[in-house]
Design a protein around this ligand. Structure first.
Ligand SMILES: Cc1cc2nc3c(=O)[nH]c(=O)nc-3n(C[C@H](O)[C@H](O)[C@H](O)COP(=O)(O)O)c2cc1C
Length: 199
């Protein structure tokens, strides 16, 4: 197996596990913790939803003026962590790598597929900024509903996707009554390798 086939195997394994977790009734199978760091090395983590995964990477959508976006502008390194508790005896996937912005065309296409209220919300939310009173958000929602009444809601320029290009997928399989299995894929000097790790 050549090195790129190892990466294809990791992505295919991830997709198969995500399908299996969805079928197993995992309540939020695409929810993943995203960790980022600022220029000083201070780390933040929060949950975002995985919207697309293929060999180019793992995509999520957010506000480009948010705190996470400021951190990603300062440092492109990020980490994702998913837990599928209902799958088998628990599966954790950890992915580390570099982040890039999703093309505007792809962000437009995903934005157009969202429910109208979510589209309005993307305009109304000043994500990560101080909200003086809840009514201020409601007022902004009403303002953008008026602004876009009777027509489509365009994608805000400050809203779109990021793609994490993995350099390290690590898949941990829970095993009842015995030690867990942990499979680690690493990219180093342009070549992928695979090994087991102690759990
Ligand atoms: C289940 C769940 C899913 C979420 N999905 C997203 C998402 O896809 N994109 C997003 O920007 N925020 C999402 N959030 C909100 C983030 O966790 C976070 O509050 C927000 O992005 C602001 O983070 P920041 O201030 O670090 O930028 C989600 C929260 C939860 C609990």
């Amino acid at each position: 197996m050549d090195s790129s086939e190892l990466y294809q195997e990791a992505v295919a394994t991830f997709r198969a596990l995500l399908d299996e977790a969805t079928r197993a009734g995992e309540p939020e199978p695409t929810a993943m913790t995203l960790a980022t760091a600022d220029a000083s090395g201070r780390i933040s983590a929060r949950v975002v939803l995985l919207k697309n995964v293929d060999e180019a990477g793992f995509c999520f959508y957010t506000n480009y003026h948010s705190a996470k976006a400021a951190q990603l502008a300062a440092r492109r390194q990020a980490a994702l962590c998913l837990l599928w508790k209902t799958l088998r005896d628990g599966v954790q996937v950890r992915i580390e790598g570099e982040i890039e912005k999703v093309d505007a065309i792809d962000s437009d296409a995903y934005f157009a597929s969202r429910a109208r209220l979510s589209q309005i919300g993307a305009w109304a939310s000043l994500q990560s900024q101080t909200l003086p009173a809840r009514g201020d958000l409601d007022a902004r929602v009403a303002e953008f509903e008026r602004k876009f009444a009777g027509g489509p809601v365009p994608r805000p320029p400050h809203w779109g996707g990021y793609r994490l290009r993995p350099a390290m997928p690590d898949i941990w399989y829970g095993q009842r009554a015995r030690l867990h299995d942990r499979m680690r894929y690493d990219l180093a000097d342009g070549a992928w390798s695979k090994r087991l790790l102690y759990p």
